[in-house]
Design a protein around this ligand. Structure first.
Ligand code: AMP
Length: 502
């Protein structure tokens, strides 16, 4: 038996001398280095007593070493558990207590602050943004491209905690084949080859940057221009050398503000991909006008990897996430009864396939509650499949507003508001209301000529059924977003919780 996931990487190596990761400082990590160094990490982990199935929790700044360490953990047969760099010591204490890792790797600058949170972990290593620390020292002492611990398709490769906007954050258990099969499908579907050079400015503690972007490039033998974070000017500088970019919608809106963005600078690019949050149809149109490229929007989540994608050839329809990927079954059902709905009807999106995770770490009841008996995973996303087969995401089920007994899908109201002159974007939420149960409330970001509350309400009259019209419109400078560009509606709901209470 081979190491199922790592053999995908090993088999994809084009030429050991070829660069796989290049940093802005001009560092080149070659495929040969990637093999040797990840082997050294695997050997160091084994020497430190990490055995197959052990979790290795990692909270460090983005650097090429994180990728090497990830591969080392996989090769050691252990389970990679990346943690958001924004997590506080109290949050880290929860994750370490829940996952019980054999080893925790943290930034040396945070070692002391995290000492209490990590008190129960048998071993702690450090790794800084330049790739130094006790983890690197442990690998320094080991020989090269060591043997890979055999792992089957169904063995765990990673645990990623969901962002947990309601209740406790859950650890999604991802198997070797969840990751390997999805990478293979994406290479094929998005036509990745060893000639590709991907702009990588996403964080590597999240499925998007770690798996969608990195695994796809590694499996195709391509290269990455690795930026520590989203830096629109730097991205523009690199763009003439790149063939592809993957980003969250914020990448595209921020880049559109750069005067230098045009068809010439994007001349070598063959593919722009967006996901993790909805891309505004207007951003899609503007991007096309400026660069000549139709952004390819896709949909997935931590638990399912990638489930749908707009086509490589054929119409990339703005406001949709395309078709189910090969091997993925997707259906829209009535959330109450589970009965399948016909096209154009909004309901709960469910998916099944080799991409779908194994369950939530040590939460068998939660896992059972989110799978149907026939193996479909209940995503929690509401959406529809249109007559042409394109999937549309309407929003998270928990964002659905029930006002006076009627269901209001925030997306429908947001689309109307976003179309008004002077509006940049909006978020529609439900807030507790003494008469209606929940009141539809719009939080609107406007430009210099933004309409005020009365103007928005007047414009919506006659366009939306009365029960869908916001009771209040709050004009703000910006919407709260997390690092993946997702609008944090829970933050808005908390902020305005008492709006209708006086
Ligand atoms: P995460 O697990 O952090 O990747 O978040 C997954 C969630 O992000 C999904 O369940 C969707 O609600 C949302 N999402 C991902 N991609 C898209 C997309 N293209 N359009 C709309 N929502 C998306």
């Amino acid at each position: 038996m081979t190491n199922h996931l790592f053999s995908l990487v090993r088999d994809g190596v084009p030429d050991p001398a070829k660069t796989v990761i290049e940093t802005p400082e001009g560092r080149h990590i070659r495929y040969g280095d990637l093999l040797a160094r990840s082997g050294a990490y695997a050997a160091a982990l084994a020497a430190a007593g990490v055995v197959p199935g052990d979790r290795v929790a990692v909270q460090v700044e983005k650097s090429p070493e994180v990728i090497v360490l990830y591969l080392g953990v996989v090769r050691a047969g252990a389970v990679f558990l990346p943690l958001n760099t924004a997590y506080t010591p109290a949050e880290i204490a929860y994750f370490l207590g829940d996952a019980e890792p054999a080893l925790f790797v943290c930034d040396p600058a945070r070692r002391e602050a995290l000492a209490e949170a990590a008190a129960g972990v048998p071993r702690i290593w450090t790794l800084d943004a330049s790739g130094r620390g006790s983890a690197a020292e442990a690998a320094d002492g080991q020989g090269g491209d060591g043997p890979d611990v055999p792992r089957a398709a169904d063995d765990l490769a990673a645990i990623l905690y969901t962002s947990g906007t309601t209740g406790r954050s859950k650890g999604a258990m991802l198997t070797h084949d969840n990751l390997a099969s999805n990478a293979r499908v994406l290479v094929e579907h998005w036509r990745f080859t060893a000639d590709d050079v991907l702009i990588h400015a996403l964080p590597v503690f999240h499925t998007h940057g770690l798996f969608v972007a990195t695994n796809t490039v590694l499996a195709s033998g391509g290269a990455m221009l690795f930026l520590p974070r989203l830096d629109p000017k730097k991205i523009l500088e690199l763009m003439p050398r790149a063939t592809a970019m993957m980003g969250v919608p914020t990448f595209y809106t921020r880049l559109l503000k750069e005067p230098g963005l045009d068809a010439e600078v994007a001349g070598k690019i063959r593919l722009f991909v967006s996901g993790s949050a909805p891309l505004l149809a207007e951003t899609h149109r503007e991007w096309r006008a400026r660069t000549g490229h139709a952004i390819l929007e896709r949909y997935g989540m931590t638990e399912t990897n990638m489930s749908t994608s707009n086509p490589y050839d054929g119409d990339r329809v703005a406001g949709t996430v395309g078709f189910p990927l090969p091997g993925v079954s997707l259906r829209v059902v009535d959330p109450e009864t589970g009965a399948a709905l016909e096209s154009e009807k909004i309901g709960m999106i469910e998916v099944r396939g080799p991409n779908v995770f194994k369950g939530y770490w040590r939460m068998p009841e939660k896992t059972a509650a989110e799978f149907r008996p026939d193996g479909f995973f209940i995503t929690g996303d509401l959406g529809k499949v249109d007559r042409a087969g394109y999937v549309h995401i309407v929003g998270r089920g928990k964002d659905l507003i029930i006002s006076g007994g009627f269901n209001v899908y925030p997306k429908e109201v947001e689309t109307e508001i976003d179309g008004l002159p002077g509006v940049v974007e909006s978020a529609v939420i439900g807030l507790a209301h003494p008469d209606f149960g929940e009141a539809v409330t719009a939080v609107v970001v406007g430009g210099a000529d933004a309409p005020d509350e009365a103007a928005v309400l007047a414009a919506l009259e006659g366009r939306l059924a009365r029960f869908k019209c916001p009771k209040r419109v709050l004009v703000v400078d910006e919407l709260p977003r997390n690092t993946m560009g997702k609008v944090q509606k829970n933050v808005l709901r908390d902020r305005y919780a008492d709006l209708y209470r006086e």
